[in-house]
Design a protein around this ligand. Structure first.
Ligand code: SAH
Length: 217
């Protein structure tokens, strides 16, 4: 069997070939982060299959192509302050952290306490603990204490755009959120321009439900 490094290299090449990665910063981040370190022990060997995988509590780590799509669409830059809703394994937060760097920060909120601990442990062992803060709580309320955010990404499917998130978005900021039914959604990109929100649908996607005050109940 190929080494994890070789498998990671082929996955990134395939994501580029299929048009999911074109930004060099996204490419570098995905070449660097060891997805196997964000998986339960028994699933490490599947780390470079381009598919979501179970991480416990009925939740999943998103497929690499979905992480790539979201990272590309977010247009992350060094120094940005990012809010993620749904830490899960912490992998997606690590990809964001790699791009925003030591000058930036990623806050990631998780509503299931065992997963918040899992994400935190994974981020610590891979060296991202200084750039990423994991918070246990209901992310549909956002995280007002550190607002406004340059970028917000929601890694779970919402019934509607949670208003606290658009309120906590910085002027000129971008928000990515899957909106739709419990089993399939449209990935929506929102840009805040003054009092206006520019919304665009980027196509269909499948996420676990966003559960909370401004999500599913
Ligand atoms: N970004 C993750 C994928 C997480 S899957 C990764 O890279 O692994 C979506 C996660 O959102 C699940 O862990 C789920 O528990 C969490 N979630 C659902 N509703 C939430 C809410 N209201 N606040 C915070 N997390 C939530």
């Amino acid at each position: 069997m190929e080494s994890f490094e070789e498998q990671r290299e082929s996955l990134v090449e395939s994501l580029k070939r299929r048009g999911y990665i074109s930004n060099v910063a996204v490419e570098a981040a995905m070449r660097r982060i060891q997805r196997e370190e964000f998986l339960p022990e028994s699933l490490r060997d599947d780390a470079y299959v381009d598919s979501p995988l179970p991480i416990g509590e009925g939740q999943t780590i998103s497929a690499p192509h979905m992480v790539a799509i979201m990272a590309e669409q977010l247009d992350l830059r060094p120094g940005m302050k990012v809010l993620e809703i749904g830490a899960g394994s912490g992998y997606h937060a690590a990809v964001c952290a790699e791009i925003v760097g030591q000058e930036g920060h990623v806050y990631t909120v998780e509503r299931i306490s065992s997963l918040a601990s899992f994400a935190e442990a994974n981020l610590r062992k891979t060296g991202y603990a200084s750039v990423v803060t994991v918070i246990f709580g209901d992310g549909t309320r956002g995280l007002p204490e550190h607002a406004p955010y340059d970028r917000i990404l929601v890694a779970a499917g919402a019934p509607a755009i949670p208003t606290p998130l658009t309120e906590q978005l910085a002027e000129g900021g971008k928000l990515l959120v899957p909106v739709g039914g419990r089993f399939c959604q449209d990935l929506i990109r929102i840009e805040k321009r003054g009092h206006k929100l520019k919304k665009e649908s980027l196509g269909g996607c499948v996420f676990v439900p966003l559960i909370g005050e401004h999500g599913y109940h």
